[in-house]
Design a protein. Structure first.
Length: 423
């Protein structure tokens, strides 16, 4: 296995230095567990995931290979500075306070190191063909959705997308549904620019929407639809609505969705069970969240303003908290299913608010424009939903949110730069 890791690292280094566009695509593919056929997480030595760490380290260092990497546009500088400070603070804070050693702090920073692609995109921005990346992301969204749809009818799926948990046998989980959401916003922009016909867009919309529904991330599905509806009805609807045409198309869509639901008992039972559990407050993901996070809230109360930084599960300070080695949701301070709790643990109220305010600055900047660029508007709408999704899924601090976020910022930057050139 070590030889395979060395080969992947060297191949990544070659792409990072010589083929920036394909490095971005390769990095995205690696994050999807190579489309479900291989997992970088298999390279674990001494309890440390060397696979993702090595990949991120190569990408991060290669970001500064360009001679002009430091010539940052003032547009992206606030976000880049914020991310840099959070990473450095998250590593140094626990070490300087004696919570853990430096090695543990660096290992615990694993989830934030996926911002390496953020630095790479902007450090090598002049060498990346964004159109190629966008085309790949659209295809990826369709691919992940079709896997989820196919899983309702056949049991044959990519091996690393089939998982088993207590109470869940042969559970299908693609990496990641956020790519499906991003693809939907990208297709929307091309529909608005008349590149995609309305009939084709309806089919694509249906495939991606079903993919989101089947993935099981209710907050992501609803926030995607609300964000798309927001930008369409406020900015892009140029004429009054033909209500007859609108309801006619809506009826067709409802009939089609109902037909799919009726043809799959698995989807039908799972969907209605989840809705019922959420409505009566007994859904495990919701009802257990407070229980799992109680020791985290206790920790937050002890250091509410600046947090603890990146804490390793074996750090000495962990002995102060009532964690559980037998429960994967309670073995460490960081948490993937409660985004705001995770940010508070790492950076406290001050760090979290700075992060969220700077992030929101870009959204407000575009939303206040009278006639924003189509791509700009779509990307900030995609980013806007992070505030809602983060309650149940840590999109601000884990790879499933950081990688699509980085790409969205890069598309936004490129779109706004184009606007300046057109003036």
């Amino acid at each position: 296995m070590i030889f395979l890791l060395i080969f992947i690292v060297l191949f990544t280094l070659y792409l990072a230095l010589q083929k920036p566009t394909y490095l971005v695509i390769f990095y995205i593919i690696a994050s999807t567990k190579f489309l479900g056929f291989f997992d970088m997480g298999l390279f674990v030595i001494g309890g440390t995931d060397l696979g993702s760490f090595s990949l991120n380290l190569v990408v991060l260092l290669s970001a500064f290979y360009s001679k002009s990497w430091y010539k940052l546009d003032k547009f992206i500088f606030p976000m880049m500075l914020t991310v840099s400070i959070l990473i450095v603070y998250g590593i140094l804070n626990p070490y300087l306070n004696g919570y853990e050693n430096m090695q543990q702090a660096i290992i615990a920073s694993k989830s934030f190191l996926y911002f390496s692609i953020f630095f790479y995109l902007f450090g090598r921005r002049r060498e990346i063909n964004l159109n190629v990346v966008i085309q790949f992301l659209k295809i990826l969204g369709i691919y992940l959705s079709l896997i989820l749809i196919a899983s309702l009818f056949i049991s044959l799926v990519p091996p690393f997308y089939s998982e088993s948990y207590i109470g869940y046998k042969d559970y299908i989980r693609v990496f990641f549904p956020t790519y499906i959401s991003l693809a939907l916003f990208l297709y929307y922009t091309q529909w608005q620019e008349k590149i995609i016909a309305s009939k084709k867009m309806i089919l694509i919309f249906l495939i991606l929407l079903l993919g989101l529904i089947i993935s099981g991330y209710f907050a992501l599905t609803i926030s995607t639809l609300l964000s798309l509806g927001l930008i369409y009805f406020i900015w892009h609807r140029s004429s009054s609505i033909n209500w007859y045409y609108f309801f006619k198309k809506l009826l067709y869509l409802i009939i089609l969705i109902c037909s799919i639901f009726l043809s799959s008992e698995k989807l039908r039972v799972a969907t209605f069970d989840n809705i019922e559990l959420i409505l009566d407050g007994s859904d495990v993901a919701l009802s257990s969240r407070d229980t799992y996070n109680q020791f985290r809230w206790d920790a937050i109360e002890k250091k509410p303003y600046f947090g603890y930084g990146f804490i390793h599960k074996d750090a000495p300070i962990m002995k102060q908290f009532e964690t559980s080695e037998n429960n994967k949701f309670m073995e460490k301070l960081g948490v993937i299913d409660s985004g705001y709790v995770d940010l508070l643990i790492r950076f406290g109220y001050i760090g979290m608010f700075i992060y969220l305010i700077i992030f929101g600055f870009y959204i407000f900047k575009i939303f206040k424009q009278k006639n924003p660029q189509v791509y700009s508007l779509a990307m900030v709408a995609f980013l806007f939903q992070y505030y809602f999704v983060n309650y149940t899924w840590s999109v601000f601090s884990f790879m499933h949110g950081i990688i699509p976020m980085s790409i969205a910022f890069f598309i936004l930057y490129t779109s706004e730069r184009k606007r300046k050139l057109l003036r």
